[in-house]
Design a protein around this ligand. Structure first.
Ligand code: GLA
Length: 413
């Protein structure tokens, strides 16, 4: 009995789960539930990060906390208010504020504490032109210690408004009139302000752009892609930029939403470090299938697999119409959620789907575990295998007659 108990105690930390940021994968909180904070942003207070975003079910602001940007504790719904899109945390004065979009108005909620108790303060059109707007963004200017609300005014013109020290919306600092843009986020690096925003394609991802200025008063110049344009921002839409001022380096992080077809519960998150060249005024997302940032030093790392299960198979539709599968046997499991990366390419992104069957459980489409499935050759997913060496994973392909998947292996971490 004693040894059984000890085993349980040792296994508890494993249940904490994710140790990497995997863009597009389903991310779980420390209770093992899917993280539900879309269109959000992250604010650091001392050594803790607070992530606020809207719930996919009813757009209530949700809050999570973490000290490593990986293991997130759910702090729950922050308000009884719903239908509030893209909530963002701000602290222009002694209170705590959430700004978001409701019915194309700017809605602000206020609380005397960081966590919970947010109640409506104001619901207004935005000065100075009484714009109807979409897509709340938030920026704390480290130079002037001032908060700015970002919006897409009349769903076209990205506008930057000061948040006054009493929490009301203040004057417009500048706007971006280069075209129709949404989902704005801002960050500051060595004298340059970078504004990242998306094009207007609804929930479908497009090549997000970066503009720059040396003052928040503008003018905004640029409009260059932050990723190869065919990647459509690695299948995501901007929501926020986070700066980690580490002891070794400052790391800038792009935070995007990998929306499902209607911005619903199957939406995931794409977070990536950025290379920022302040002389050339260039910002580039550095794609990693799995990565982490040391929040103290700012250093970025990627995992090394501890085991690889080789394969060299092209799966395609069989002539008898059956599905084409390969079976990996003797896969080592921990008994808790663990990362496995499926290494494969497809000949046509929309031609079909890969699925997996773990130990005779029902088949699962790999795209329901990672929005990047089929778009990148390393597709990390979190699975629960049995403890020991006896796990079996079937990897299969289904799709159009000419759809093919070339799989070269699975890695475990
Ligand atoms: C754009 C916006 C999203 C959402 C969708 C709805 O993508 O950026 O926040 O409003 O449109 O179609």
């Amino acid at each position: 009995m004693l040894s059984y108990l000890c085993l349980c105690i040792f296994m508890v930390p494993l249940a904490l789960g994710a140790s990497w940021i995997a863009p597009g994968a389903v991310w779980y909180d420390t209770d093992g539930k899917k993280i539900n904070a879309h269109g959000g942003g992250v604010v650091q207070r001392e050594s803790t990060f607070y992530w606020v975003g809207h719930s996919a079910e009813n757009e209530t602001p949700m809050m999570y906390s973490s000290t490593d940007l990986i293991n997130w504790k759910n702090l729950g719904a922050q308000s009884t208010v719903s239908a509030m899109w893209r909530p963002k945390l701000a602290k222009p004065n002694g209170s705590f504020w959430l700004f978001g979009q409701q019915d194309r108005y700017s809605l602000s909620l206020k609380s005397s504490q960081l966590t919970g108790g947010y109640a409506q303060s104001a619901k207004v059109y935005i000065p100075p032109s009484s714009y109807s707007y979409s897509d709340t963004g938030m920026f704390h200017d480290p130079v002037s210690d001032t908060w700015y609300l970002l919006t897409s005014a009349d769903h076209n013109t990205v506008q930057i408004n000061k948040i006054n020290t009493d929490g009301t919306l203040g004057s417009r600092a500048s706007s971006l009139t280069a075209g129709a843009y949404e989902a704005p986020g801002l960050f500051y690096a060595n004298g340059v302000y970078f504004l990242i925003c998306s094009g207007k394609t609804g929930w479908r991802a497009n090549p997000n752009k970066v503009f720059w200025a040396t003052s928040l008063a503008g003018p905004w110049t640029g409009g260059t892609d932050i990723a190869p344009s065919g990647e459509n921002t690695y299948g995501s839409q901007n929501t926020f930029e986070l700066t980690i001022s580490g002891s070794q380096k400052t790391t800038y992080i792009f935070m995007g939403d990998a929306w499902d077809s209607k911005g619903g519960v199957s939406s995931n998150y794409v977070w990536l470090p950025m290379t920022v060249d302040t002389s050339a005024k260039k910002v580039t997302l550095d794609y990693h299938a799995m990565w982490a940032v040391d929040v103290k030093t700012g250093a970025i790392s990627s995992p090394k697999a501890d085991k690889r299960y080789e394969a060299n198979h092209v799966l395609s539709k069989r002539t008898d119409g059956g599905s084409s599968e390969i079976t990996f046997r003797n896969v080592t499991g921990t008994g808790a959620m663990q990362w496995l990366a499926f290494d494969y390419t497809v000949n046509k992104r929309d031609g079909g789907e890969a699925y997996i069957i773990v130990n005779n459980e029902p088949p699962v489409n790999i795209s329901s575990l990672n929005s990047r499935a089929g778009y990148h050759h390393v597709v990390p997913v979190q699975l629960r295998l049995e403890a020991g060496e006896d796990n079996t994973i079937v990897f299969g392909s289904m799709g159009q007659d000419d759809f093919e998947i070339a799989i070269t292996g699975i890695e475990s971490f």
